[in-house]
Design a protein around this ligand. Sequence first.
Ligand code: AMP
Length: 496
Amino acid sequence: MTFDSLGLDRALLRAVGDLGWSKPTPIQQDAVPPARDGKDLLACAMTGSGKTAGFLLPVLHRLLDAPTRATRALVLAPTRELAAQVHADFTALARHTSLRGAAIFGGVGMGPQEAAFRTHTDVIIATPGRLLDHMRQPGGYVDFRQLEVLVLDEADRMLDMGFLPDIKRVLAHLPARRQTLFFSATMPQPIVELSRQMLTDPVRINVERVAQPAKGIEQALWPVSEALKADLFIALLRQDVVGNVICFTRTKHRSNRLSDVLTRAGIPNARIHGNRSQNQRTEALADFKGGKVRVLVATDIVARGIDVEALEHVVNFDVPHLPEDYIHRVGRTARAEATGEAFTLVSPEEEADLRAIEKAIGRKLPRRTLPGFDYAHKPTEKLEIPIAERIAAIRARKAEERARAKAKLERREQQARLDAERAARGGAAKGGAARSGASRGGPAGQGRPGAGASSASGGAGGSGSSGTSGGSGGGRRRRRGGRGGGAGGRAPGGPR
Ligand code: AMP
């Protein structure tokens, strides 16, 4: 089948030609004709399948039919990265038309986005949270009254991310009579239910098929102990077994730590995860896409939506807990017709999660070992300090602090005793020549606050007033009190 046979507007076919696409992917073959004819769709499609053009082409075709000045299509996507990617695809496919599109997501200013609504941009591509922020703004500038098509992209991920209430709120503001294109990588029960509520007599595409990573992806496992994962990953990079790579970690903390370890090993890398600002995320992605860094360390946030041309490798530094996440991560490589490798580092503790993945994809994955890598050596660096060890370290530090404080107190008390004895001896020998004793002791007391303070408490035995003035840490007063203790009420003569 060719693109020509899909019955699309010539401007769109030109754009497809510019992109160098020779034929539609299977999802495009299945999705474009019914969507172009205004039918609702329920499509099970993975990233990498060409699904974005699968919905954008028919939507754009429809908008070209009868141009108006209104927002007529809304695409909802779970992440900023995916919204940005869909917007980039829109720009490429709409380049020979006058249609305008805007990406609406958080982490960047509201102003330009508000302008996109106010100027009735034809296609709005939004994450649900930021879209609702705009809908709640005073002035009511979000106008979907003329909306004709709603696309839900990666609906399962939106539900995973807790967007269901937001989606429902958005739906309440859309015309009931509209076309809805519903795309999801997986079809768990909540998705089936949501699709039932939203779709009218939909054309179903691939819904019964088991989700699989795209063809052309070479998948392999690298068994290794948890402690040696970072070392093995570095060895794979150094030996060029792994080329440019997105490396997924289980947590943000682990991605930060791994990024630090790679930096110390002299491997240029960038990191991207939910705790990073939009600017940092965009910059990291640009550095990776532009070849400035070879490794992009990421959490699942980017597993969907990133489109990197010629990505050679995906490495799962940790085995994903859910088979769907595995399929999505792995789908980052071998986009459309390309080939790529997806490696997963597996520690013995992760074998159970791995078995679930192998069951979901319906086959056992081959296991590899790296020749020359010492699988029993002591790790160069710990990637994560276990919580028990972190607590033990805090306890040890506190015990040390307590011991130091105790020793200091004992030293002070001893000093105080010595001062008191000296004062008593001095008083007896000089027959009450206390004034000269005070002027000698004063400056020394000031120079060593600890000694001064303790001499105050030491002096308290002989001076009721200094004992009360000591209070809570009145250092100067206590020091003066100390002198007073020694000087027997003639303190005003000492230095202040
Ligand atoms: P998607 O699944 O929409 O994220 O698309 C995956 C990748 O395939 C993107 O890089 C698209 O640009 C590319 N692509 C989409 N359709 C085609 C096609 N018919 N031929 C070649 N590449 C395509």
